[in-house]
Design a protein around this ligand. Sequence first.
Ligand code: C5P
Length: 402
Amino acid sequence: MTFLKGRRILLGVTGSIAAYKSAFLTRELVKAGAEVRVIMTRGAMDFITPLTLATLSKNPVLSELIEDRETGVWTNHVDLALWADAMIIAPVSAHSLGKMVTGQSDNLLLLTFLSAKCPVFFAPSMDLDMFKHGSTRENIEKMQSFGHILIPVGKGELASGLEGEGRMAEPEEIVQQIHDYFEARLPLRGKKALVTAGPTYERIDPVRFIGNFSSGKMGYAIAHELAERGAEVTLVSGPTSLKVEHQRIRTIHVESAQDMLKACQQEFSVAEWVIMSAAVADYRPVEQSEQKIKKTDAQPVVHLALNPDILKWMGEHKSPAQTLVGFALETNNALENARKKLKAKNLDLIVLNTLQDDQSGFGYDTNKVTLITADNKTLPLELKTKTEVARDLIDYLQQSAQ
Ligand code: C5P
């Protein structure tokens, strides 16, 4: 339920026997990582106590518009509505449904509902014949015509003992529907991305290698951010201690530059966005000893061969539909060198970082970078966390793709 993590959810509860399910719904939402605030109508309190929902949501339950007439303390329904990423009204009784449709606003829940700019989901709950009534049908349709999202009722035994349609959807189904709604609207949904991260290790013998200090944090942050926005990500990762678990990230672990090249060549043609943040070793030992090289008094010599430049290969093979992003780590003439690299490797964008900035580069959680585009726009960013840099970079790619 990645969408719900960290999201702000307003749960409205009205007077229907299904209000007992709101406790489970609150729990499911909190379990999925959402921040939940509950608004109850007076009618709802006949079916479930505010104490239950306050405890489960870990927030005081709101119900009164004016909390204290003498001191003038009141709940600002407009702020409350603006706070929310989504509003769920579950259950919606026939009575509250009618009021919502006609714009009545004599309680905090209705006022907040009218103020909400976020998506509003509503889960009706009532007895069979009430549900079948023409006015209910019309009210549901009207709610939908206002742009609110219906969570359809279930079928089965009702509190009255009758069998049929009218019961509120189960809490798990409600959470799933909300999740699916937002997943389907993620901005990068369906986009395929290839990201490389980390160092490469070039073996000298079974226990020694040539490598570098890259931690992989930048590439992992990029992969994660892309996936959070809906992209299907293939992450080709050199050896790092990092782990990423996301349903839209497939990780291919590699060790050497040659392994990385092979994996990237296999994945390249289907990727629309390719972001190469790996610190690929430029050289590898010409020979790799099968056995551990013994220590002797003689000075050992390791002969090096040039590794394939993966990004250059991609620049030579990219189609007009592909966007290719490289990274440059420069210690002198940074801008000029980065621009040269962008041209030489036929990139659309290069992310420049210099080791001269404190707290920036290998191993740090922060990075200070400059984005440079093929049409020579330069965008220096402040020192930020690598997650924020990933966001800025992807924001930029998204804007350019529009
Ligand atoms: O030429 P330089 O190594 O500075 O270029 C850095 C960029 O090129 C990075 O995006 C890195 O991932 C990529 N690269 C590569 N294959 C190499 C060396 C660098 O893909 N052998």
